[in-house]
Design a protein around this ligand. Structure first.
Ligand code: KOT
Length: 811
């Protein structure tokens, strides 16, 4: 937008006066934050309204991205950037003796997600708005986002994330657009003129109140919407039914039980919760979302038969898969369509992304629980299952009960959400090449054979505007100065940097910027954790959710091995390294929490051991989230992407690091493979079993971890150190870790890949000594990162799945 600095100042001062009743001399930083937020919202409002008007006027096909998680992070600077007024705002604030970075710190992260899946949804929001896809988010406005992590005595302790304690300046509550969501009760079936009617009665009604947040496109005047629903008691129920009977306390119990639905995000990543409240949340989201879409659709005045021509609904994993029976319900029970017509519309409307093949993350619901909570929806799912099984029987597997049972939506008293999502949608995609291949050839093999036309790959991406332009302003400026600003709209243009990989001046600048970012992170580490780290050491960062398959433990074992070697020989020539960790463990995941304790225990021991002369340092940074990632990633030299192969569907942190010039040490898993293909083998460090070797070993069951420990003296020593005496903890503190690697045969092949990982780390050590070569590799990584922009991913979704407005950009 066009705006002069003076006009901006004037507007800001007015806001301070009118909304904060203060002036510029008296205003606190918080006053400025609120005034600024309100002012930016004003600037956004006009384009927001216009965008919506245009969508209705031109009846453009709309995409709704349904997700239980949106990990948006902070919005202030992103909005300023996308409006094109960040610079003006910064300058104006400077003149008023304020600092935008300081003001930004006051904004709470919108942390309504666990990790990759929720952050992907947020990156998609940015890309849809920026490349001009009419796409909106649909989710839950949890009162508490993912817990705040504090480290106390080395342990993770969870605290509530009170992100709404102060006013959220970005959202607009739209009470008048609330819809009712019905739970429980029973269904009465009546037959009239040969037609069945389904009357849902004795249910409990809950109000879903939408809160809308604008999603601002990058300098294109387009503003999409993120709509999050909050659960509220319906006023008349709350006020009358109990209060009038004098049951004052009961009235509040009722209110709280209703509000519980949108109270808190389940803190599990890639793990199924299987709880009644989670099922309530999932249905709450889809019912509210679809009713709200239906209302908008009605305003278009189009026939219901053409619904799927104007609406695409995408489900982010199976969590919102009840969108399928819910849309069927509305089309049949409310719009009066027959089954076949409703099914045609539903399957053409819905598309599904699978994010994991790990069995513990596959959602299954107990039939009785489901039936009690959602009686009408159950009837529809049951009918979908009946028809699907009949179809299999008639078309392909006549008489093969076993096969049909294997593929059924309901079997063994469970509803399988992945099967429901596949049967009820027109597209199923994986999130990286290997992952999609595994879906087709293994995990969903039967479905691929039956519905091969539905399967496709959409390799994940990240918003290069957030993860490079915003997170790394100095590098972005250098890129602008070198190749121009075209990359901000066309990230593939980052490849223009490749021709500078040998340019000594450019290389020097890239190196300097990395150093500056490292110094900033070192200062942060000093302030937050009281640990002194050397910015000239290699910053080796492992930041992601704590999970056994992500193998933070492998990293720890490498450090223990290095430490053991240094104790034996303090003169050992290793390049100084700072190992930095960040990540949360699910609150009920004991093993993962013990790994955090182990990292911190090791950190304490190593950091305070004078004998190793500061050659290695270890830091566990508390409360990893979007904002902390924005500080950590630009400072990384080495990116740890070391999951057990086949387990990480894609990963997206891997893309953020390479885009900021880190060199990846990686297994051939998920999108690491795509990164390797993009940068070339010489610009990434690969180790470990590949997919074939892993699967072979896994299937023929010949791996014996204890045998391996007994033959590798390094491992033997490390495992002994876990058992007592070495660390200042109880002898059995780490017994769960010890047993998982020995008695339970090392399910994630930590010990199996150890030797190969150590060698890969030695290659890193060697490579970094030649800083000129290292910087060259770093530039190749940055220059090759364009295809990992979520702009490319969204363009593929829009053209290949949603069939919306095609973007005219080339990726
Ligand atoms: C599953 C259940 C609950 C919460 C989250 C999940 C989940 C998360 N399943 N897969 N993911 C991750 O999704 C990312 C985005 O596609 C991937 O990059 C990552 O590999 C998945 O683990």
């Amino acid at each position: 937008m066009r705006l002069s600095k003076n006009k901006f100042k004037e507007d800001l001062i007015k806001k301070l006066e009118k909304e904060r009743a203060t002036n510029i001399d008296e205003a606190s930083e918080l006053d400025i934050y609120y005034a600024l937020g309100s002012l930016i919202r004003d600037y956004i409002a006009e384009n927001w309204l216009r965008t919506n008007e245009e969508y209705i006027k031109n009846a453009k096909k709309q995409v709704y991205y349904f997700s239980m998680e949106f990990l948006m992070g902070k919005l202030l600077v992103n909005n300023l950037m996308n409006l094109g007024i960040k610079h003006i705002c910064e300058e104006a604030l400077k003149e008023l003796n304020m600092d935008l970075d300081k003001i930004e710190e006051l904004e709470k992260d919108q942390g309504l997600g666990n990790g990759g899946l929720g952050r992907l949804a947020a990156c998609f929001m940015d890309s849809m708005a920026s490349i001009g896809v009419p796409g909106h988010g649909c989710g839950i406005r949890y009162r508490y986002g993912l817990f705040e992590q504090r480290i106390i005595d080395g342990y993770q302790v969870e605290f509530p994330d009170k992100w709404l304690q102060n006013k959220n300046v970005w959202e607009i509550r739209r009470k008048e657009r609330a819809v009712e969501v019905k739970f429980g009760g029973n269904v009465r079936v009546i037959e009239e003129n040969g037609k069945l009617d389904f009357i849902h009665e004795n249910y409990e009604s809950i109000l879903a109140v939408p809160y809308d947040t604008p999603v601002v496109g990058y300098k294109n005047k387009l503003v999409n919407t993120l709509r999050l629903f909050s659960a509220e008691a319906i006023k008349k129920d709350f006020d009358f039914s109990y209060f009038n009977r004098g049951q004052y306390m009961k009235a509040f119990e009722y209110k709280h039980s209703v509000e519980a639905i949108s109270e808190v995000l389940y803190p599990n990543d890639a793990f199924e919760a299987g709880r009644n409240l989670r099922l309530k949340q999932e249905y709450f989201l889809v019912s509210a979302g679809i009713q709200s879409i239906m209302r908008t659709y009605k305003r278009l005045g189009k026939s219901i038969d053409d619904f799927h021509e104007y609406i695409a609904i995408h489900i982010n994993d199976t969590h919102p898969a009840l969108a399928i029976p819910e849309l069927m319900r509305i089309l049949m029970d409310e719009e009066g369509l027959g089954w076949d017509e409703a099914w045609r519309i539903t399957t053409n409307t819905i598309s599904y992304t699978n994010h994991t093949i790990m069995s513990e993350a596959l959602e299954k619901w107990d039939v009785d629980m489901f039936k009690n909570l959602l009686p009408r929806i159950y009837m529809i799912v049951d009918e979908i299952n009946e028809r699907f099984c009949r179809e299999l029987w008639n078309n392909k597997y006549h008489g093969d009960f076993e096969k049909i049972c294997q593929m059924a939506v309901i079997a063994h008293n469970e509803i399988r959400m992945a099967h429901l999502a596949i049967v009820g949608s027109h597209s199923i995609n994986g999130v990286a090449k290997l992952h999609t291949e595994l879906l087709k050839k293994q995990e969903l093999k039967e479905f691929y054979q039956y519905y091969s036309y539905k399967f496709n790959n959409k390799t994940n991406g990240i918003s290069h505007r957030r993860w490079l332009l915003k997170a790394n302003p100095e590098l972005s400026k250098l890129i602008n100065d070198t190749i121009g600003k075209g990359w901000i709209n066309l990230p593939n243009q980052l490849s223009k940097l490749l021709k500078y990989k040998d340019d000594p001046v450019f290389k020097e600048k890239v190196h300097e910027i990395k150093q500056k970012n490292k110094i900033k992170l070192a200062n942060m580490i000093r302030e937050k954790h009281g640990i002194e780290v050397d910015p000239n050491s290699i910053f080796d960062i492992h930041a992601k959710r704590l999970h056994e398959y992500k193998r933070q433990l492998l990293n720890v074992f490498h450090i223990m091995n290095l430490y053991n070697k240094l104790i034996e020989n303090p003169e050992l020539d290793i390049y100084p390294r700072t190992f930095i960790f960040g990540g949360k463990a699910a609150s009920s995941y004991f093993m993962a929490k013990q790994v955090i304790k182990l990292i911190n225990t090791l950190a304490y021991k190593v950091n305070n051991d004078k004998r190793i002369k500061d050659k290695i340092k270890i830091v566990f940074m508390e409360n990893y989230g979007v904002t902390l990632a924005e500080h950590m990633i630009p400072a990384a030299n080495v990116s740890e992407q070391i999951s057990t192969t086949t387990k990480e569907a894609s990963g997206t942190g891997n893309m953020k690091f390479m885009m900021n010039g880190a060199i990846t040490i990686a297994t051939l898993d998920g999108a690491n493979i795509d990164i390797k293909n993009a940068v070339g083998e010489e610009n990434i460090v690969i180790f470990g079993l590949n997919e074939k070797e892993f699967l072979e070993l896994y299937r023929n069951g010949t791996y014996n971890s204890i045998e391996l420990c007994n033959t590798d003296i390094r491992l033997k020593k490390i495992l002994n150190q876990l058992r007592g005496g070495f660390f200042p903890v109880k002898d059995d503190e780490f017994s769960i870790i010890y047993h998982s690697l020995t008695k339970h045969n090392d399910e994630f092949f930590v010990l199996k890949d150890f030797d190969s990982y150590v060698k890969a780390q030695e290659r890193i050590d060697k490579l970094y000594r030649n800083i000129s070569k290292w910087t060259e590799m770093s530039i190749v990584n940055i220059g090759s990162s364009g295809i990992f922009s979520s702009d490319r991913t969204i363009c593929e979704y829009a053209t290949g799945i949603w069939k919306t407005n095609l973007c005219d950009r080339h990726y």
